[in-house]
Design a protein around this ligand. Sequence first.
Ligand code: FAD
Length: 592
Amino acid sequence: MPSYTPPTRDMQFVLHDVLRISQTDTPGYAELDPEFTSAVLDEAGRLASEVLAPLNTVGDTEGCRLENGVVRTPEGFREAFEQVKAGGWPGIDLPEEFGGQNMPYIMGTAVGEMFSGANQAFTMYQGLTHGAASAILAHGTDAQKATYLPRMTACDWTGTMNLTEPHCGTDLGLMRTKAEPRDDGSYAITGQKIFISSGEHDMAENIIHLVLAKIPGGPEGIKGVSLFIVPKFLVNEDGSLGARNGVSCGKIEEKMGIHGNATCVMNYDGATGYLLGEMHKGMRAMFTMMNEARIGVGMQGLAQAEIAYQNALAYARDRLQGRAVTGAENPDGPADPLIVHPDIRRSLMDQKSFIEGARAFLLCGSQMIDQSHRGKDAQAEGMVSLLTPVIKGFLTDEGFDMTILAQQIYGGHGYIEEWGMSQYARDARIAMIYEGANGVQALDLVGRKLAQDGGKHVMAFFETVKTFLKENEDNEALRADFLDPLKAASKDLQQAGMFFMQNGMKNPNAALAGSYDFMHLFGHVCLGLMWAHMGKACHEALGNGTTDRAFHEAKLATGRYYMARRLPATKMHLARIESGADTVMALTADQF
Ligand SMILES: Cc1cc2nc3c(=O)[nH]c(=O)nc-3n(C[C@H](O)[C@H](O)[C@H](O)COP(=O)(O)OP(=O)(O)OC[C@H]3O[C@@H](n4cnc5c(N)ncnc54)[C@H](O)[C@@H]3O)c2cc1C
């Protein structure tokens, strides 16, 4: 039976030893001292490991069922949802005025990683609600905020995002769902949306759908798209629930993973919708939700890697196969545990060094979101915008790869459902696809984000790396293991950026053929930077006589592994980028 141990110790290390959150001037951070964050994370971790994790296999095997238009969630989900609500977790970082706890976003990320690691499918009901609430918060009228936000913050009403249609997922300008204005200021929404996560279920009194649709007569393509609030039950003036709206779930999809989350075909038959934000500026409003969701999906990549790794590690310590090449390590037993073998170590170190680097990256990104939202820091806002596709694309690709490595440690047993490893790989797989498939994230990074605001944000990123290297140039303990590899990798990234600048205009295919490699190159440099920061924090802790020597020494060794064995991937990515588009585009479509 797989188990989940909340990574509280590691989170505390990143929050306090690396990011030093309570010493920064970001509004709301002064309260986040180690005792406070530890209390929050312990409580969230208990819920994750004791309530949500045991339901993960149940959700996978039982799945959701559509009965008479109502989706039944797996056994135990409703009760667990009530516990999550009772703890106030859905509104952890939403404003107090709407019933939230107003903690910084970084705390929501740490808690979210635990919940997602324990049970991704379950956590999505709450995650999408959070995203929808954020969009209403950013773009809603005062009346809309007052009507929806208190109930959504509490998750009495959950939320969804409706973009995808049968003939379009990436190219949303092709959308056909229409919104016809009515005399009372509302709109009649008609069309079909597919693949809608948490679209229908039995855990909430109401479901608030955020739906993209086109108002007839508006501009063509994506410029004519607006965003609407479409409640499952209409809401009366006094806040009570009224008539059932013209939206229904036509079908739930059979799919590869996240079986506990209902993926629905949603039919809108003249459903009443209310404009959210400005007319024809729907993508702008939806991006509030999508950007948040992209960070959340990046987190899912990390979270699935973590739980898969935890179980693979336990198996590697337990399973006896073969002898260590350097002599028996378990001489009284029939064989040594798997963990003695270098190739198993390689796999475990790949996983561990990714997970810990990714956690630091995600928490650092969340800190930037707080600096941007709470601190009104424009540079942080630009950096978040630049790094969002990297967080989404790199962490989900790598996160999935790590679940496969973890599965491999189980040999044949990894392929057998009983052991649970297949579920992690299946659940992690979707994160590479939804919220914009990873190829599209790479496109966004190279096609839009690099040149955004005259390339200011990518220059600021390089400056951050340069400043760190300069500030620590006399640090002998860091130089060979951390600083030199980071410097080399950052140079590869700059060279790749230069290649796009020199070639992108005259040959756009050259830039786009290298975009996926660039996203990974960028991701490795980000994790390399995080590891350099963590290496520094560990040396300081060891120098100051830490009481947790084993933790800091293991962390340093893991960082050295990343810098020596994973970071050199930047060279390969650079070589591919610099080879341009010739070999990629050499065949005509019918030569394949
Ligand atoms: C389980 C599940 C849950 C989902 N939940 C939601 C949800 O809650 N709400 C919602 O609205 N949608 C949801 N989706 C839909 C998901 O976001 C889309 O499937 C995804 O964005 C891709 O769209 P598509 O499937 O139409 O693929 P397409 O757009 O047809 O793309 C196919 C492939 O081509 C690539 N591609 C497309 N255009 C380009 C280009 N210009 N350059 C290079 N490559 C390109 C893509 O990267 C992709 O790999 C969900 C999907 C699934 C499977």
